[in-house]
Design a protein around this ligand. Structure first.
Ligand code: ZN
Length: 215
């Protein structure tokens, strides 16, 4: 079961990936993590990656696909995996498909979690963090707001609001997502493996829709 999740920021992609990981005993593979762990290894490919990164250059699609190929050959991926942060372009999607075909593998589901910009934005602008215990609250959500206005329930100290968590910054990220992902949605839709998921309600509802499709 090979899954790709596409979603704008604050649509609940991270949470859904965690739930799927547990429920189906499949790992989440993040290309960022793969690159980071390559800097700690000594094999030929890792050394090459380290040298590219040290020169401040971008690691090519071919190398990233090689990393993914090695990773999905590992034992814990035998039931499948969730790919995070990849592919981002049609070119990457095509090369990834070629590699999967070579190893007699394929993508089973691409879930696009859709969410209205205003709903996602209110999740972001309401976000507050306790600087002491790092617990995350949301003053715009009945389930996640602190008991006392702007104080951590546990530490009783004032919650922090990150400067980037504002509507304007969010709108830019949301629009960038739409622009970047629209061609991919089309690409996977044509292959009949794309499913639109309504992410506007909550995480349980998002998961329920995905589970119904998988099961
Ligand atoms: Zn706290």
């Amino acid at each position: 079961m090979n899954i790709i999740l596409l979603a704008p920021p604050a649509a609940g992609k991270g949470t859904e990936a965690q739930i799927l990981t547990h429920e189906y005993s499949i790992p989440q593979i993040s290309t960022g993590d793969l690159l980071r762990s390559a800097t700690k290894k000594e094999d030929a490919l890792s050394k090459e990656i380290k040298s590219i990164m040290e020169q401040g250059k971008l690691v090519s699609d071919e190398i990233i696909i090689e990393l993914i190929k090695n990773r999905i050959n590992e034992d814990d991926c035998k039931n499948g995996y969730i790919l995070d942060g990849f592919p981002r372009t049609i070119k990457q999607a095509e090369k990834y498909d070629e590699m999967l075909a070579e190893i007699d593998n394929k993508i089973d589901y691409v879930f696009a979690i859709d969410i209205d910009k205003s709903i996602a934005s209110s999740r972001i602008t309401g976000r507050r963090t306790c600087p002491n215990c790092n617990r995350i609250y949301n003053v715009n959500s009945d389930n996640l707001k602190p008991k006392n206005k702007n104080l951590c329930d546990d530490c009783k100290i004032e919650l922090k609001h990150r400067k980037d968590d504002n509507a304007e910054t969010y709108e830019k990220r949301y629009n960038a997502y739409l622009e970047e992902t629209a061609p991919l949605i089309d690409y996977y839709d044509k292959k009949k493996i794309l499913y639109h998921i309504d992410g506007n309600i909550n995480k349980d509802n998002t998961h329920k829709q995905i589970k119904e499709i998988i099961d």
